[in-house]
Write a protein that binds this ligand. Sequence first.
Ligand code: SAH
Ligand code: SF4
Length: 345
Amino acid sequence: MEKTNIRAYSQQALTDILVQLGEKAFRAKQIWQWLWQKGVTRFDDMTNLSKGTRELLATHFILQTATLTHKQESSDGTTKLGFTLPDGNLIETVLIPGRDKATVCVSSQVGCKLKCSFCATGGLGFTRNLLPEEIYDQVVAVKRLAEERGMPLSNIVFMGMGEPLLNYENVLAAIEKITAEDGLAMSPYRLTLSTSGIIEGIKRLADDNVRFNLAISLHSAVNTTRDKIMPINKAYPLPKLAEAIKYFVDKTGTRPTFEYLLLKNVNDSLEDAKALAVFCRQFPVKINIIEYNEVDNAPYHHSPDANRDQFVRYLESKNIVVNVRRSKGKDIDAACGQLANKNSL
Ligand code: SAH
Ligand code: SF4
C-alpha cells in the first residue's frame, strides 16, 4: 500500500482511517492535535502515543514538510527564514519584530507569475502553489522563533512570495488551520491577505464571508500607469477592480486597505494623489503608503521625502486615513518585494 500524506485528510477522514486500522477514535483526536495544534513534523515527537501507534502511522502515512535551512538576521531584528520544500524548491518567510509582539510574513507560492515590474519575486517566475501545510509550517516555525525571543507572534500577513488568490483553496485551508480552535487558534482579525487584485478571488472571499483583513496592492489609481507597473491590470483594470472591492465591502462590512508603493516620478505626483483620492471615494478604505525597496534590475527609485509628504498631505486633506509604513529588514533583502531566494543562489 502506498503511503499517503497524513496532513491531506480532514479530521473526520483521518479518524475513519485510524479506526479502520484498529485505533481508538480518541487517538485520532490526539494525533490531530499534534499535527495542527502543536505542529510537530515527526511521528516520533507525538510523545503521548505508544511506540506501536507511532510505527503504525509511519507505515501508512507520510509526514513531511518545509525544512528550515537558511536564517539571516537584519540589524533591526527582522529575520529572514529560508525553507527547503520536500521537492527541493525554496521559499522565504520573514519574522518582523515589533515593540513587544511579532508579525510573520508568509509566502503562498514558489515564485509568482504576475511579474509586477517593481517586485523581486515577480522576476523569479512561477514554479508552483504551496500546499496548506507548507503555508501553515511557516507560521509555526516563526511562532516558535518569536516565542524563543520572548515575543509572542500576533500578526500574520500574506505578503511574502506569490499571489495568494491564485492559490485560493490552499491558502484558505491553511488559514483555517491557523485560526481554528483545534489549530493554532490565532485571531482572524490579526491576519491580512494581500492581493494584486484578482477580482474573481476578491468576490469569492466575499461569498465565503471571510473574517480576516484584505489588502489590495493598488500602487496607482491611473489605469495607464497601473498597466505599466502591474501587468495584471490589463486583465483586471481599475473599474473592474473597483466593482469587486465594492462587492467585498457590501458583503463583509469590512474596510480593506490599499497598499501604495511610492515610485519616484512614476506614481508619486500631486496628480497621482488626486486620482487616488477620487478612486477611494467609492468605498471605505484606508491607505498604507509603502517605501520602495530597491530591487536588482528594477528601473525605479525611492520617492523623495518631499514628494511623499505632499502626497500624504493631499490625501489627509481629503479625510482619507493614511499610514506611512517604514520598511524593515532592507539590509538582508527581507523587506516587501525583495524575496527572491538570493541566499541560495
Ligand atoms: N502578491 C501579493 C502579495 C505579495 S507582495 C500582492 O502583490 O499584494 C506584498 C506587497 O509587497 C505588495 O503590496 C507588493 O506590491 C509589495 N512590493 C513588491 N515589491 C516591492 C518593493 N520592491 N518595495 C516595496 N514593496 C514591494
Ligand atoms: Fe507577484 Fe505580488 Fe510580486 Fe506582483 S507584487 S509580482 S503579485 S508577489
